[in-house]
Write a protein that binds this ligand. Structure first.
Ligand SMILES: [Zn+2]
Length: 237
């Protein structure tokens, strides 16, 4: 099997999470688990950029944007030109609603550069699947990754699948979502190309996330799409 990690972080996240991973540990983990490429973000985009430069071909740079901080919105094009190929949004972390109009200029810039947007899901009142559905509805020409596909709550996971079935520009990423069966259900009812593997490193671990796909009931050909092919297509690799 080949692997692309569709969602990961570099650095230390304090507060309640109290988790972190440094550059050396991240690359060692990728090597250990045969992860060829990792879609990576940090709120300081310079940190991600440094890793992209030091590990060419292995880091898919996601520009971290906070719509409440105009400087980060203004900097998007600069980072696209430096090689970032996706946008990262976290409504929970920065306290805005995923369906808010303040996101529109960000999605419009992504559309202009034909780059996908990855957005955290699963936490009320900011990042519920229905809100991401409304965002996707307004921007049908932007590929939107719903990170965690609803996350830990069964009702939200179900809503993530419903929204992805409704809006063809929604793609699901499975890190932190506990139910292997929902990976198979997404593959079968959302689309073979719209569910992908991710670890959310350092919040979750590759071995655990891989087991979810392996025990989902998908055959090896389907697993390969989830583990690699779908993320490669999503990120334009
Ligand atoms: Zn994350």
């Amino acid at each position: 099997m080949r692997f692309i990690d569709g969602h990961a972080h570099i650095g230390y996240t304090g507060g309640w999470a109290d988790v972190g991973i440094n550059e050396e540990q991240l690359i060692a983990q990728m090597d250990q688990y045969n992860i060829e490429k990792t879609a990576l973000c940090n709120e300081n985009n310079e940190i991600t950029l440094d890793l992209m430069k030091r590990h060419p071909g292995r880091i898919i740079g996601c520009v971290y944007v906070n719509p409440l901080n105009q400087e980060t919105v203004d900097a998007m094009e600069t980072y696209f030109e430096k090689g970032f190929t996706a946008v990262k949004l976290n409504p929970l972390r920065h306290a805005y609603c995923a369906d808010a109009a303040i996101l529109d200029p960000i999605l419009e810039k992504a559309a202009k550069y034909n780059l996908p947007v990855c957005i955290h899901s699963g936490h009320p009142p900011y990042s519920l699947p229905w809100q991401i559905g409304l965002l996707a509805e307004r921007h049908p020409d932007v590929k939107i990754m719903m990170i965690h596909m609803g996350h830990g709550h069964g009702v939200y996971i179900d809503a993530a699948l419903k929204m992805a079935r409704r809006y063809p520009n929604i793609y699901l990423e499975m890190s932190g979502m506990p139910m292997p069966t929902k990976i198979r259900e997404a593959y079968e009812t959302v689309g073979h190309d719209r569910i992908m593997f991710g670890t959310d490193t350092p919040f979750h671990h590759p071995t655990v996330e891989m087991q979810k796909v392996i025990t989902s009931g998908l055959d090896e050909e389907a697993q390969q799409k989830v583990f690699y092919d779908n993320a490669a297509a999503f990120f334009g690799i």
